[in-house]
Design a protein around this ligand. Structure first.
Ligand SMILES: [Zn+2]
Length: 228
């Protein structure tokens, strides 16, 4: 069953009658963690998106017929599908597939996880580091899965605040640990390239649960560890 984090993908209305084309199941790549639906590279979706990119090019006054731009709509369409592939992946499912019973009950921290996301207001990139920690309560999860969960939520249109909370909530829901802490530090291109044009500003957000809220020493240990 899909979790609340998955949205049913809306097909462009012109092709809604073609669902038969989408029913074949299969993996899109060799990656074990690949939870992308088979519709990911559906030619009809790519073609609809590609037409929209052509319209954008015209909108900015470009000549869509010139040589350098001939394949741009198709490239941008595929690139956008990649950059938003998190919509087609289920983060809770990903975590559930790598749970182990362990008595370890100290903090587990994976820090400096690269994030590349796009702000939902301008569709411009924001990027930086995520630090994810939890204190197990009988169950641990494969470490790479923590980075994967970050990736699934980052590969969607986001605001940094919500991204931070979604990562915390997915870990909390699946592992039910004694506590979760997530900190994200990122640079937003919509602040750098446009708007206030502040080149070096970094936005920090945090989302905590359990002992990371109730215990000052846990919180301090987490914040100290991610600074070093
Ligand atoms: Zn923005």
């Amino acid at each position: 069953m899909k979790s609340k984090y998955m949205k049913q993908e809306k097909m462009p209305s012109v092709i809604s009658a073609s669902n038969a084309l989408l029913s074949g199941r299969g993996s899109c790549c060799d990656d074990d963690d690949c939870l992308i639906e088979p519709s990911e590279n559906n030619p009809l979706i790519i073609s609809g998106l590609s037409d929209a990119v052509s319209a954008m090019l015209e909108g900015i006054g470009e000549d869509t017929g010139r040589e350098g731009l001939l394949k741009t709509p198709d490239r941008v369409a595929k690139s956008l599908r990649f950059l938003t592939k998190g919509y087609r992946q289920d983060p809770e499912e990903l975590l559930k597939n790598a749970l182990f019973t362990e008595s370890y009950d100290e903090m587990v921290l994976v820090k400096n996880i690269d994030i590349f996301s796009m702000c939902e207001h301008h569709m411009l990139p924001f990027f930086g580091k995520a630090h994810v920690a939890y204190i197990p309560d009988g169950k641990i999860v494969g470490l790479s899965k923590l980075a994967r969960v970050v990736e699934v939520f980052a590969r969607r249109l986001q605001v940094q605040e919500r991204l931070t909370q979604q990562i915390r909530d997915a870990i909390q829901n699946v592992l039910n640990p004694k506590g979760v802490g997530v900190v994200i530090e990122a640079r937003h291109m919509c602040m750098v390239m446009r708007g206030v044009e502040k080149l070096n500003s970094i936005t920090t957000t945090s989302a905590m649960a359990g002992q990371f809220i109730s215990s000052q020493s846990t919180r301090n240990e987490f914040l100290r560890l991610i600074k070093t």
